[in-house]
Design a protein around this ligand. Structure first.
Ligand code: F6R
Length: 364
């Protein structure tokens, strides 16, 4: 039931504050200021390396998790898309945790990669939204997301719930590794607990984003730029736009533009810049200015301080609430989802059932 929404995708975008709160509810103990996994006895102490494998949007959640695992737990992380992972003869040594992320828990490439990692002696952790799925059954450490059934083919709420679980997992891992003081853990818990309200504040910009849709709908190509954990958000924004509006889009690490893609910039290519205030902000803004200097039409997604600091020269800004960098990916996922959604509606495509795509890809 779509309720009073026009499409399942729209309903699922708007459900995110609630389902992320629901998911965090089983991973955080806010009063104690602690993260807690559903399987407390799982032993992280001997894990020396993490290998993350997934496809599509779930892979982008894994890319964000790589930053968190490395930053908080100081554990080396390798990440690959499932269809490449198995065939490159990955080195999987003792003490390795292989982490698979999947909404459906049935994606053929990811499942095959899981079995490959198991045969190579890795411990298997899975983040899945379908608790009865094949991947859930084959895991040593099952980490469910509580997004509820996701009907729209384009993944939205499952993605932000994956991020919520992965942040809690990274913090838990860091604590076991002795890399997190109780105060630091408490701060992480506090930031995560603030995510649902910040996501609500992001959703309040829906109409503004809808008003931008005609501009993007006219484009043949669209670029998305971000840095650090917001670089995967650029990839995710581009994927969402491609799959439901059929407009060609690419996400780039902002600093990589000048090594080639900047040649694409002209007045016909909208460039969506994802740049929350924080340690990487100034760098992203100087990459944005390189684009503007070449006539690029920039839409800046940032907070009030960021929008102010970035100055003039953008064609539009979308103001997000001020948030801690840890939760920025959960919050900034929303405007890129909404933009893709409204552009698809403006183009009249079949939003919930885009051409050539299936909800669950059970062939390799
Ligand atoms: C994008 C999308 C796909 C899936 C991918 C993996 O919106 O839905 O890219 O993310 O097919 O699916 P799961 O997560 O079910 O393994």
């Amino acid at each position: 039931d779509k309720g009073n929404h026009r499409h399942f995708m729209q309903k699922e975008i708007f459900e995110q504050p609630v389902v992320v709160a629901q998911t965090l509810g089983s991973y955080l103990r806010p009063l104690a200021g602690e993260v807690a996994l559903p399987i407390p006895e799982f032993d992280f102490a001997d894990i020396r390396r993490v290998t993350i494998v997934a496809c599509g949007t779930s892979f982008y959640a894994g890319m964000v998790a790589k930053y968190w695992f490395e930053r908080f737990a100081r554990v080396p992380v390798d990440i690959d898309v499932a269809s490449e992972f198995r065939y490159r003869e990955p080195v999987l040594e003792e003490g390795g945790l292989a982490l698979f992320i999947s909404q459906s828990g049935e994606t053929a490439d990811t499942l095959a990669a899981l079995r490959h990692a198991r045969a190579a002696g890795q411990k298997i952790a899975v983040v899945v939204n379908v608790p009865t799925s094949s991947m859930a059954r084959e895991a040593d450490l099952l980490l469910p997301t509580h997004a509820g059934p996701e009907i729209g083919v384009a993944s939205t709420k499952a993605f932000t719930c994956q991020l919520a679980v992965l942040a809690a997992l990274a913090a838990n891992f860091a604590r076991v590794k002795g890399r997190l003081t109780p105060d630091e853990e408490q701060a992480i818990v506090r930031h995560l607990a603030e995510a649902p309200a910040a996501m609500n504040a992001a959703l309040a910009h829906d109409e503004e984003i809808e008003a931008l849709a005609p501009l993007v709908a006219r484009a043949r190509d669209v670029l998305y730029l971000g840095r650090g954990p917001d670089y995967p958000m650029a990839l995710e924004g581009a994927l969402k736009l491609k799959e439901i509006s059929y407009i060609h889009a690419e996400g780039y690490a902002a600093g990589e533009m000048k090594h080639g893609p900047i040649a694409l910039i002209d007045e016909d290519v909208p460039v969506i810049v994802i740049a929350p205030s924080g340690p990487l902000f100034d760098k992203t803004v100087s990459n944005m200015q390189e684009v503007q200097a070449r006539g690029g039409k920039v839409v800046l997604i940032s907070d009030a301080a960021g929008i102010m600091a970035a100055g003039d020269g953008t064609i539009a800004t979308i103001e997000m609430p001020e948030v801690h960098p840890l939760i920025a990916p959960l919050v900034y996922a929303i405007p890129v989802q909404l933009l893709a959604y409204h552009v698809a509606v403006a183009k009249g495509t079949d939003v919930d059932q885009p051409r050539n795509l299936a909800k669950s890809v059970t062939v390799e």
